[in-house]
Design a protein around this ligand. Sequence first.
Ligand code: HOZ
Length: 429
Amino acid sequence: MNTTKSESLFAEAQLHIPGGVNSPVRACKSVGCDPRFIQRAAGSKIYDVDGNEYIDFVCSWGPMILGHNYPAIMEAIKEAMEDGTSFGAPCAREVELAKLVTEALPSVDMVRFVSSGTEATMSAVRLARGYTNRKVIIKFDGCYHGHADSFLVKAGSGVITLGIPGSPGVPDDIVKNTVSIPYNNEEILEKTLRDDSLDIACVIVEPVAGNMGVVPPASGFLQKLRDLTSELGIVLIFDEVITGFRVSYGGAQQKFGINPDLTCLGKIIGGGLPVGAYGGKKEIMSMISPEGPVYQAGTLSGNPLAMAAGSATLKALKEPGFYEKLDKKAADFAASLESLAAKYLDEATLNRQGSVMTAFFGKGPITDFESAMNADADKYGQFYRDMLNQGIYLAPSQFEGMFISAAHSEDDLARALEMTEWSFKKLQN
Ligand code: HOZ
């Protein structure tokens, strides 16, 4: 595969952009290669600047559930663009998307749009603290809620991938108010939440963890979390930036039948444009400025292009049978991956929730950060490079998800399986 243009762009990028990338995991350090620079995308494929074609299983880290350049989304963006790209004033497209989101999520009476998932989570936590007048945040080891200071404690995603314990620049004074506990451990959860010495404002959780690789909740874990937080007056925040409109139209909260107090969204609700949102009970959301005293603002919040793309996406996802079809495709693919792993690898574990999954090169069950960290990231790196060079584009980290979109065809998946078998055979030897 000729990659000379990517190589020279990466060399140039490193002179002007730290690490040559605008988000750390894109640099592909943990998988032992350099990034491909992408020129364009269509359907299930992306194309690099050297003209190489890849079947895309990153899907822009989740948003492209309908595939790239989905016609109704492109049309909606074009139409919105004709009206102007940003007003810094309210517009009808914000109301349309807000209605679609609140209809989809019964726990969300009101929603505030922002421009990224990080903005959504950091704003939701501020709101929870303002509402409860308490300080401490409880999070779970290996969960990732974006890069705001308070969350960079035993965080997942790029933080695990690069093996960073925390981050310089985050003052101790801030992280002393963040307590991180193991995911899926009811006993430690209960002990922590009942600890009177902690002044707990909120618990923030990925209801299906997606940033230490995919780790679904253990049976009863989310219900226990809901029961305890309700009893103790702690705000329960579901970070559904990945799972929202992914694991079902109503997200993980619909899938598992749990109503959080606040929900954070991003990715899919922007249809591929930069967006985030947080929403929840009216009583809590009314605390946000200008209705209430908790301040949060944004020049590009509710951007008309992002709102248009989001509404077009959600309307397409409402199509009856959409999730059944997508989940079945993902389940069949996962089953084939599992049988290949069983045939060629000593230790492998496939975790999946709907159309997002992780193939861990490690012994199962993988239920939390500790068990995820036992996976062999170097082996994943070899697999990644094999697949990339055969035109299969995976997440450049063992600790991320692999996304199936509506655009993936039978042929795409068959080709990915064929290449997987070829790579697994090599790894076996
Ligand atoms: N939350 C995404 C990773 N799981 C974002 C990707 C990034 O950090 O660039």
